[in-house]
Design a protein around this ligand. Structure first.
Ligand code: NAD
Length: 506
């Protein structure tokens, strides 16, 4: 049997280089300084973006502050806000092809996946629109005859949104429509590696009629743009998705102003396979879980914990499936797994693999860079490593590549202990036909999401986020929406009998 399935380069005329500018107070602004993005798969410049500095970040924050304080969005009715969000959803659907192509060229992900993510994001906007209209606080009519208490929900204010390169449009849509639904104004900074789909989102927002200053976009790097967005006095909240290292930096940077911080960080997510599971289905889900987005995914199931009795045959099954996953040209609609984001990242993945082998782990498949005919070698082979010990870096760190590590267990207690023996706690999965096993695992796994007999299914209604060093706060769902709201208690005396505090002498 062949070792891998590789789709060579297809003939394709690349679009003109995309020119990205900042969106500040409703206007497109250029900078003299610019930065390029070289496509990870095609090795050619696909976008040139304005490189923001302190001036642009300050201007964007000031515009968001002014718009918020003027109430042009924050004091609008929920119905009016929802109408705009629904228009954005329609516009996203009308522009899927254009946005998806650039997303693929900048990130290296397969075009079919980009289409799914961009088109699917429309649903997040529609769900957020429904929240804009149904948001409410509560009332307390039990405080006594003369008192009435009302708890109001109000937009938190100006929100900084900082996003990573691995799901640029999707993650933006996990945050932005929810912040807007709540009535907040925002400053967005996309990753310097994938800025263009966020600029395209800005175009759609203007077309949908979002008032000037409500959503501002600054292109550039963590330093100084992201860092100013985390420290500035006029910002009330930072919502960040990215690495745990930068998440910690943002927490420290924001401490000076005690702004609210919501963090979606890394993961080292296990799928636990019991011998009574539907092993065929589980093997397919494990294969999907590790290679989706070339493993450059916070939800990557980069470690499996499989019962000793079935470990050998299960690994053989995953290896056989891995050989059939279609790696290669991300522009080929048939490709399932694309390129690695940068050469440096490819080298980092490989260093983890080499270290594991040097420490005594067994390479079952792959283990090296992958060359794709007509595109070069910024790809990595599907890789499976067994005999991994829980203390090896490859079993503990977020490798962020198409690399599966296999650990084994004997009892449910062992499986839970291995699952929780991690600094991370984003997601976990369990495979068993026994409902009691699944529920016991689900209740004791330290993770923000637990999947039973499936992997990575998600819905706008269900909150997403992590525990431990995978983050704080939640995204999407009503819980994610609530993150952008502040709570105010309104205490009202409705009778006239308030006893005076000061005893007057006359
Ligand atoms: P990163 O942390 O390197 O960068 C993320 C963003 O932060 C970028 O826009 C970057 O410019 C900005 N940034 C960098 N330094 C900054 C600073 N000092 N202050 C403010 N902003 C700064 O992450 P990445 O490499 O783009 O993305 C990969 C990481 O994201 C992985 O760890 C992955 O697990 C995580 N991730 C998490 C989730 C989740 O929902 N939990 C989803 C996707 C990605």
């Amino acid at each position: 049997m062949k070792d891998f399935t590789i789709n060579k380069a297809i003939a394709f005329e690349l679009p003109p280089v995309f020119e990205g500018r900042h969106l500040i107070d409703g206007a497109w602004i250029a900078s003299t300084d610019r930065f390029d993005r070289v496509s990870p798969s095609h090795g050619t410049v696909v976008s040139v973006s304005a490189r923001g500095g302190e001036a642009e970040a300050n201007a964007a924050i000031a515009a968001a502050r002014r718009a918020f304080d003027a109430g042009v969005w924050s004091r609008m009715s929920g119905k009016a806000r929802a109408t705009t969000l629904l228009k954005v959803a329609d516009l996203i659907e009308a522009n899927v092809e254009r946005i998806a192509l650039l997303e693929t060229l900048e990130s290296g992900k397969p075009i079919s996946q980009s289409r799914g993510e961009v088109g699917g994001a429309a649903d997040l906007w529609r769900y957020a629109a429904s929240l804009a209209r149904t948001s409410h606080g509560d009332s307390h009519n039990t405080l006594g005859a003369e008192m009435l208490g009302v708890v109001l929900k109000e937009p938190i204010g100006v929100v900084s949104i900082i996003t990573p390169w691995n799901f640029p449009f999707w993650i933006l849509s996990q945050k932005l429509p929810f912040a807007l639904a709540a009535g907040c104004t925002v400053v967005v900074k996309p990753s310097e590696m994938t800025p263009s789909s966020t600029v395209m989102m800005g175009e759609l927002l203007l077309e949908a009629g979002l008032p000037a200053g409500v959503c501002n976009i600054v292109l550039g790097y963590g330093d100084p743009v992201g860092s100013l967005m985390s420290t500035h006095d006029d910002v009330d909240m930072v919502t960040f998705t990215g690495s745990t290292v930068v998440g910690k930096m943002i927490t420290q940077a924001s401490a000076g102003t005690l702004k609210k911080v919501a963090l979606e960080l890394g993961g080292k997510n296990p799928q636990v396979i019991f011998p009574d599971a539907d092993l065929e289905n589980a093997a397919d889900a494990v294969t999907f879980g590790v290679y989706f987005n070339v493993g450059q995914c916070c939800n990557s199931s980069s470690r499996i914990i499989v019962h000793e009795d079935v470990a050998e045959s299960f690994v053989a099954r995953v290896v056989a499936l891995s050989k059939q996953v279609k790696f290669g040209d991300p522009l080929d609609p048939d490709t399932q797994v694309g390129a690695i984001v940068t050469p440096e990242h490819n080298a980092k993945i490989h260093a983890y693999v080499e270290a594991a082998i040097a420490e005594g782990a067994t390479l079952e498949l792959g283990g090296g860079a992958l060359s794709v005919d007509g595109l070069g070698d910024q790809f990595y082979q599907p890789t499976v490593i067994s005999g991994v010990q829980p203390d090896m870096p490859i079993a503990r760190d977020e490798v962020f590549g198409p690399v599966l590590t296999v650990l084994t267990f004997r009892t449910l207690e062992d499986a839970i202990a291995l699952t929780n023996d991690s600094d991370f706690g984003l997601s976990a999965g369990v495979w068993s036909e026994n409902m009691h096993t699944c529920l016991e695992f689900a209740r004791r796994a330290q993770a923000g999401t637990v999947w039973t007999n499936t992997w990575m299914d998600g819905y706008p209604e269900l909150a997403f986020g992590g525990v431990k060093q995978s983050g704080q706060g939640r995204e999407i769902g009503s819980y994610g929406f609530e993150e952008f709201l502040e709570v105010k208690s309104l205490v009202m005396r409705i009778g006239r009998s308030r006893a005076p505090w000061v005893q007057t002498s006359t």
